[in-house]
Design a protein around this ligand. Sequence first.
Ligand SMILES: Cc1cc2nc3c(=O)[nH]c(=O)nc-3n(C[C@H](O)[C@H](O)[C@H](O)COP(=O)(O)OP(=O)(O)OC[C@H]3O[C@@H](n4cnc5c(N)ncnc54)[C@H](O)[C@@H]3O)c2cc1C
Length: 425
Amino acid sequence: MRRVVVVGGGPAGTAAAKAAAACGVEVVLVEAEPEPGDRRRADRRRLDGVEHLAESEVWAIEPVAGGHRVHVRTGPTDGPDRTGRAIEARALVLATGAHDRTLPFPGWDLPGIHTTQAVLAGTAGIASGERVIVAGPGPFLPPAATSLIEAGARVTAVLEAGDPVAAFLSRPAGVLADRAGAGELARHTAALAGHDVPIARRSAVMAASGRDRVTAVLAARLDEHWNPLPRSLRRFEIDALVVGFGRTPRLELAGAAGCAVEDGSVAVNAAQATSVSGVFAAGELTGIGGAAAAEGAVAGAAAAKLLGARVRAPIKWMRRARAGRRFAAALAEAYPIGPGWREWLSEETPVCPCEGVSYGELRRALAGPGEGGSRQLELVTGAGLGWCRGHRCGRNIAELAGQAEDLGHGGVAAPVRLGELAGER
Ligand SMILES: Cc1cc2nc3c(=O)[nH]c(=O)nc-3n(C[C@H](O)[C@H](O)[C@H](O)COP(=O)(O)OP(=O)(O)OC[C@H]3O[C@@H](n4cnc5c(N)ncnc54)[C@H](O)[C@@H]3O)c2cc1C
């Protein structure tokens, strides 16, 4: 079992695989997409000395004597020729990244509402000339808005729920820990000013409306806790709405491995080791906005060391990872999620759009009998059990239920058919 398995082939996972392979240990990189690497860059990383399982999803991991067994399925999720494999590893590096977070509000499930990441990935399909509002808190709003403008859309306004400038000014060292990241954000913000796009601070969309798709939104000014200020409602006629409320780490596998989670991210030490022996974590899984590739390089070297390889301390990468953590902490402080968003919900607002579970139903389930853990809520209401497997709603529901500490309770990390399970030995 002198083997490291790396799960996730984004910047963190590819860096981990390369670093471990460079130390002379056997490395398997499992990535759900056809190719590994940074999706923002056309050049893909070379992975010499790494067995790369492309289009492969890890759906479960289990502890075995001296390590973990990783269950992988390869091939398109609904394809007839998916194959299964179980790989045993002494060391695991989890680099499963994060997915978008969208907070619910009345009308949030209407067609014509997209996420900032869909815009940045070029998959939102907003047409030239369309009137768009970009709303939420976070550093992705300015780049999403500028890319819409470049594509010919008319960005009416950017509504930023927080007051990041004040937060950055109160913590300049954290922001300047990643000068490139801070510079990118400043460039996009300046570009918006150049296009006369107003950025309204402490403002948010309270509701979206439209018959078949979104045609208007109601926006309000917010206090520091995100409670709407009286008499501040304003209506915008629009063709599309883009929302982004940050990103939330993909915790299923880390949860299945039993890794400790703090503030919604996997807790790691300076060597990227989690609370579970032999399991390392890197990238957005451990916090949004850090130096993913540097963390991956540290995790890969630490995993190889655990296997007995002679490893020189990756001081340069550890320094970068530390600086990345300072930047990530500054971002988290500048773009917090205020508790007032719960006040935007009506009884009818769907909190789990896949399964059509409303806020009212969730509240009734919470008031009902039982100890009310998140697993019980899922079973009683169906919330979180739809096709997105809770990616869209899981964190919101945990917070509405006051069970945010339950995040990362683990489970199946990717869809798997019963027939496939029956075929596994
Ligand atoms: C569309 C888009 C645009 C972005 N634009 C910017 C930007 O302009 N500026 C900026 O600073 N940052 C941007 N980011 C964020 C940046 O890409 C991340 O910081 C970085 O990708 C984090 O790297 P990571 O390796 O932790 O996670 P990711 O890059 O998300 O990689 C995680 C990988 O794990 C794989 N995976 C997850 N679960 C499994 C599983 N069970 N089995 C197998 N594989 C699995 C996923 O397929 C994914 O490829 C953008 C992100 C996206 C999605």
